[in-house]
Design a protein around this ligand. Structure first.
Ligand SMILES: [Zn+2]
Length: 423
């Protein structure tokens, strides 16, 4: 089945990855009675595709057209045109890549999609986020089979390289004319599992700042008390950053309502400098990974960093390898029509939502940077958070329940009445 046949595929950005043959193949087998739900079978088949970094197999050799912007990468879009295609669309986004594994730490082959006696399906991507991809597809398949149609157009979008920063994926695509053509009103993207009965939803993300602080100093012989050394400056820099780290950690641990998304994390991740035991180096550098919540004033925060560097030494400088400044977050006010559609549907299903800031980064940030609302949501409750971890799994019942959640959410979002400016 190829939805309505309404592909946007004359656009050469969109092509067919290996998974398409699988996902929309007409030869989908119905399993016998008392056996596995075909949605689960499809999910397990998808888990077996090795779209794993550092060399993900996106199936580009079989693609119809290579991506002109990022060769070897595939962006796929399938569109279900609404009855009022002039209205803004709803995007169901997912990424197709997964992070590497340490196979020796897994109880089962991470690419075999083994299901144990409890119905737990093990596989890299079972939570992040091949589950969501198949849940979207299965929900759409069921809605179409039931003869439904909605006023707003729905786009299923599948992106490569989210796990390596999205440079050859969403980051590039949002600047491409094809992105504008999608006429997006609202997007759903990935979230995280929740060990309780609630589902977590993410309405914003922390900004990653990757910073290197450079400490020059007087070189000299390792036998002397040379003044103004790089190491002394380096020590002051490290102390300032790590003292701030302690404070933020304390804030997180002493405030019951805080999650990781509410505080700034600081981690010292690289140190460079020196050539020999007996040579005092002319420069030492230290790098930090900072993740800053959207509630922090970023300009003031940078002033603070500047001051730490200055206190460490007049010639201490810094530069950014990554500096995100986006402080957009998506409205979760009941007056917001998109949020209202989302949350009232969940309420009607007796689904409890927990609103959070996403602690890391997803492709949603590029969508929000374009000023569009996006909610991070992976319907996985009663599940430990195992993304990027060994033995990542999802229970088949939780997976199937997630399809039902989308079967309700998608119609609600695709039926949001025309907003001001849309008519
Ligand atoms: Zn992910």
């Amino acid at each position: 089945e190829k939805t309505n046949g309404n592909f946007i595929s004359e656009a050469h950005y969109c092509s067919t990855p290996q998974c398409w043959g699988l996902l929309f193949s007409s030869g989908r087998k119905a399993n016998g009675p008392g056996t596995e739900d075909p949605s689960v079978t499809l999910f397990r088949e998808y888990l077996r595709l090795k779209t794993v970094h550092p060399e993900p197999d996106y199936g580009t050799s079989e693609t119809l057209l290579p991506c002109p912007v990022c060769p070897g990468r595939v962006v796929a879009i399938i569109t279900w045109v609404g009855s009022r295609p002039e209205l803004k669309s709803v995007v169901l986004n997912s990424h197709t890549d997964v992070v590497p594994v340490y196979e020796e730490h897994w109880k089962h082959d991470p690419f075999a999609a083994v299901k144990d006696e409890h119905g737990n399906i093990y596989g890299r991507g079972s939570q992040d986020m091949k589950c969501v991809t198949i849940q979207y597809i299965e929900a759409i398949r069921r809605l179409k089979a039931a003869g439904k149609r909605f006023s707003r157009t729905i786009h299923l979008t599948f992106f490569p390289d989210e796990e390596v920063g999205g440079h050859k994926g969403m980051e590039t695509f949002v600047k491409h004319p094809e992105f504008q053509k999608l006429n997006i009103g609202f997007a759903l993207d990935e979230g995280l599992a929740n060990p309780t009965n609630a589902y977590t939803v993410f309405y914003g993300e922390r900004n990653p700042w990757w910073i290197t602080v450079r400490c020059p100093g007087s070189p000299g012989h390792g036998s002397r008390f040379v003044e103004n050394t790089a190491a002394e400056k380096l020590r002051r820099v490290i102390n300032s950053f790590l003292e701030f780290r302690e404070k933020e950690k304390h804030r997180l641990n002493t405030n019951e309502c805080f999650t990781l998304g509410d505080v700034t994390t600081v981690n010292m991740t690289m140190v460079k400098g020196g050539v020999a035991y007996n040579v005092i180096p002319a420069e030492m550098d230290v790098s930090f990974d900072l993740r800053i919540p959207p509630t922090v004033n970023l300009q003031e925060f940078e002033v603070k960093i500047k001051a730490w560097c200055k206190e460490a030494g007049e010639d201490v400088t810094y530069d950014f390898a990554q500096k995100h400044m986006d402080q957009n977050f998506t409205s979760t006010e009941e007056s917001d029509p998109w949020w209202h559609a989302f949350s009232s549907t969940c309420k009607a299903m007796n689904v409890t939502l927990k609103k959070e800031i996403f602690p890391a980064a997803t492709d949603s940030r590029f969508i929000r940077e374009e000023g569009l609302p996006a909610i991070g949501f992976s319907p996985m409750n009663l599940t430990p958070i195992l993304l990027h971890d060994h033995n990542e799994y999802l229970n088949e019942q939780v997976f199937l329940r997630g399809i039902q959640v989308y079967e309700r959410l998608v119609p609600a979002l695709a039926s949001v009445p025309p907003l001001s400016g849309e008519e």
